[in-house]
Design a protein around this ligand. Structure first.
Ligand code: MSP
Length: 495
């Protein structure tokens, strides 16, 4: 077993509160981190805000606030969002913190000393939306293809450059010896193709921006936001770098895969660090078939959504509607249908039936043999270990459907407990139901912690936090006690 596990989310630009697309990455990292913690692995999960950006300066000006007052307010809003969504991160980093500035200056100096950073005059069109200079091929009708509402800025200034071109061969060699470095495979292939096309050195400083981390070897310039942002992943582990680095997984969106899959590797190597182990890349999703945008008014606020429905409904839908890595569409109608079918009906039904039958025989039972198979559990672990969250959840629901079918076939409600042979059969069917439902709930624990713990307590087999999730799953209960019927675990939405 791995002795430590370190997972990260992107650090989100702090000029807006997180929307559902950002929350998606955080839910993925949170679920993987929960599984790791429940498996008794020493786990660290970092998130935070990317503050040294022109976007933050502009938004502060629009809000008529001093930049740091604005940044403080927004960092608090981000933390409040993650708390409301029950994202259990262990570290929250702000790139304006002094610990981050000190660390970034240290690595900048290292790369400067070894000749990977040099001075040059740069001329080009800059997009504040992307925080990058744009090439002719990225420009459509005089604007950045991704930010058609913003004017490109013509910049000409003395800059410091990072010698990315030097690392081209090393990056290609790394990719060929690490076939699982970028998931999914399509993104891995895209990067290789891009690198083969040739890598150019990139500018890592700005003369005109005043908000950012000053270069230690030329304080008249501040560091380019991406150079500083990527190093957040190392700043957070400065208390015990050799234990936590390399990170096990960076969860990122497909729009930022080049920064992580190319720039980041070279920057790390230049400063004397190893590459992270894996980039888990998510796709983009639209809402009811349309790109999320403020002007359309379809940007979903995850906190409001969870308030109106529930965290479990949101996580269930985000994880089952499309596998990680693929683009998808968020359909509100489908979200409700999925919730009703899977949580309210499938799991809810199995729970209600188990409780009703148990109460028929006084709520108590003892059993001395194991009644569940290990096959599903093995499959579950193998899916969770490769972070296949969609199929791990689906496996648990398929399992619940099978047990519901088993109950339908055995019609235990027709049995007469006054007749000995009937009573024996009823007890056997019931024990099967409880032991399997218990396993299903444990499998779903990293996704729906609160409700699954509640379910396990209600069927008289509470989750044991003193042992690992694997051990909880490996044991069948030897008895249970159910006291009362209780409310539905998941109230159906609509009719
Ligand atoms: N600040 C940078 C990341 C620096 S990491 C060293 C950044 N921030 S962001 O706030 O713009 O985006 C954060 C993440 O949200 C990205 O991974 C991006 O892919 C994701 N998403 C933004 N919109 C999304 C959707 N519509 N759908 C899915 N994910 C989306 O980039």
């Amino acid at each position: 077993m791995q002795k430590k596990f370190f997972i990260t989310t992107p650090i989100y630009y702090s000029n807006a509160v997180p929307h559902i697309g950002n929350a998606y990455a955080s839910f993925i990292a949170d679920t993987i981190a929960r599984y790791s913690r429940l498996s008794n692995v020493d786990t660290r999960f970092s998130t935070g805000v990317d503050e040294n950006s022109q976007k933050v300066v502009e938004s502060a000006a629009t809000a008529d606030m001093a930049v740091m007052d604005y940044a403080d307010m927004m960092a608090k809003k981000h933390q409040d969002t993650w708390d409301a969504l029950d994202i259990r991160y262990s570290d929250f980093i702000r790139t304006t913190e002094s610990r981050h500035r000190d660390f970034v200056q240290k690595v900048l100096q290292k790369s400067f000393d070894n000749g990977d950073i040099y001075e040059w005059v740069y001329k080009g069109l800059y997009c504040v939306g992307c925080e990058t200079f744009k090439k002719e091929t990225d420009i459509v009708n005089g604007r950045c293809a991704d930010h058609p509402n913003r004017e490109l800025e013509q910049l000409s200034e003395k800059n410091y450059f990072f010698r990315l071109s030097k690392y081209q061969d090393q990056i290609l060699e790394f990719y060929s010896s690490h076939p699982d470095f970028v998931k999914p495979r399509t993104r891995y292939n895209e990067i290789i193709e891009f690198v083969r096309g040739g890598l150019e050195d990139f500018s890592i400083s700005r003369e005109t921006n005043k908000f950012g981390i000053p270069l230690p070897f030329d304080p008249s310039q501040v560091t380019y936001v991406w150079y500083d942002a990527l190093f957040n992943y190392l700043t957070v582990v400065q208390d015990d770098e050799s234990k936590w680095w390399p990170a096990d997984i960076h969860v990122i969106g497909k729009d930022i895969v080049k920064f992580h899959g190319i720039y980041w590797l070279a920057m790390l190597w230049s400063a004397g660090y190893e590459a992270p182990k894996q980039l888990l890349t998510t796709g983009y999703f639209t809402v009811d078939g349309q790109k999320m945008s403020k002007s359309i008014g379809n940007v979903i606020d995850p906190v409001a959504y969870v308030g109106e429905y529930s965290r479990d409904m949101l996580v269930l839908y985000l994880f089952t509607a499309f596998p990680i890595g693929e683009d998808g569409d968020f359909s509100q109608e489908q979200a409700i249908l999925t919730f009703n079918a899977k949580l309210s009906n499938n799991i809810g039904n199995l729970l209600n039936r188990s409780i009703a039958l148990a109460l028929k025989i006084g709520g108590k039972l003892e059993w001395d043999i194991s009644v569940t198979s290990t096959e599903k559990v093995e499959k579950y672990h193998s899916l969770m270990e490769v972070h296949d969250l969609k199929w791990s959840i689906e496996l648990a629901f398929e399992y619940a459907s099978e047990i519901n079918k088993y109950v339908d076939e055995n019609t235990p409600w027709k049995l007469d407990i006054e007749i000995d042979s009937d009573k024996e059969k009823l007890e056997s069917v019931l024990f099967h139901m409880i032991a399997n439902l218990r396993k299903i709930a444990i499998m779903l624990l990293p996704f729906f912690d609160i409700k699954m713990r509640e379910l396990l307590s209600r069927i008289g087999t509470p989750y044991d936090d003193a042992i690992s999730l694997t051990e909880n799953l490996a044991r069948d209960p030897v008895s249970f006690f159910i006291a009362e019927k209780g409310e539905p675990l998941y109230m159906r939405i609509g009719k």
